[in-house]
Design a protein around this ligand. Structure first.
Ligand SMILES: [Zn+2]
Length: 283
């Protein structure tokens, strides 16, 4: 399909005019910042509970005017009240009913929250964000046993108690969503948990799939069904880090990368450490 913007971009490149790149930052866990032409969208902001890992700066996260939540678990919403307090009072949080209720219970002003449902389309020029029904990953017995029968429960007991308390309030309630983001003739599918709804038609061949890779003992093989179903042109891996031990763990991505090379050699996979560095995704 002819894309006028691509035509303009190619012409600008030919003429030696600077072209703005679509960029993202991955701050760890599922915290993603998208930026294009000065507009920024922040997804699932969370500060790592692991002192050995990179932590984003409060200043950077609180500078975003639009925060999106994929679902109501603590590693996707628990830091939002504090982030809003540190900001300039303008930021809006876009989330479904349950996280909306949780945030209000945590003291967030209702006026700051924009309740969304699947099917909504939101515009933040140059971005257009479509809300799709998603589904949360189902933890398998292997990962539950590995997590619970692990000495890390003792070494990270402070985190464990904090999470046990927060988990009672920060519930998912079957409301996980996926964001279908269009910008400058490109399409990004952003998942906050690795699962899809059986009855939803997802766009195939997105230019970028932002895909979490954590939560099951068979995660590598399990992830292939979503690559097969969505057929993205490129994948960016997130949620691969051990940001809330003892529940999380550092995922060895080598088996996934190897499976991808075997089955989908044409799909590049971006897999790197969390940081505050911009990553140029596409022009
Ligand atoms: Zn979750």
């Amino acid at each position: 399909m002819f894309c006028f913007k691509s035509y303009i971009i190619n012409t600008m490149k030919t003429l030696g005019i600077e072209v703005k790149h679509m960029k993202l930052k991955w701050y760890g866990t599922a915290t993603i910042l998208l930026e294009h032409n000065g507009t920024q969208l922040l997804f699932d902001p969370f500060f790592s509970l692991n002192d050995k890992l990179f932590k984003p700066s409060m200043e950077e996260l609180s500078a975003s005017d639009n925060i999106f939540v994929t679902h109501g678990h603590l590693d996707h919403i628990v830091d939002i009240p504090n982030i809003l307090k540190q900001g300039d009072g303008e930021a809006a949080v876009h989330c479904t009913a349950k996280p909306c209720e949780t945030l209000i219970a945590k003291g967030v002003d209702e006026a700051r929250i924009h309740k969304i449902i699947p099917g909504d389309v939101l515009s933040f020029v140059p971005f257009e964000v479509r809300v799709l029904k998603g589904k949360h990953i189902v933890f398998d017995m292997g990962i539950i046993i590995k997590t619970l029968f692990n000495m890390r429960i003792l070494s990270d007991w402070v985190n464990f108690i904090y999470m046990a308390k927060e988990n009672r309030q920060c519930v998912e309630a079957g409301e996980t969503v996926i964001y279908d983001i269009s910008v400058s003739c490109k399409r990004i599918l952003l998942m906050g948990s690795l699962n899809l709804d059986d009855n939803t038609n997802y766009p195939k061949s997105a230019d970028l799939l932002i895909m979490p890779l954590q939560g099951r003992s068979d995660i590598n093989k399990y992830a292939m069904r979503f690559v097969e179903r969505l057929q993205p042109k490129k994948i960016f891996l997130n949620h691969i880090d051990d940001t809330f031990p003892p529940i999380s763990s550092e995922v060895n991505t080598n088996p996934f990368m190897s499976l991808m090379r075997q089955r989908y050699p044409e799909i590049p996979v971006i897999c790197q450490q969390a940081s505050a560095e911009w990553i140029e995704i596409f022009v």
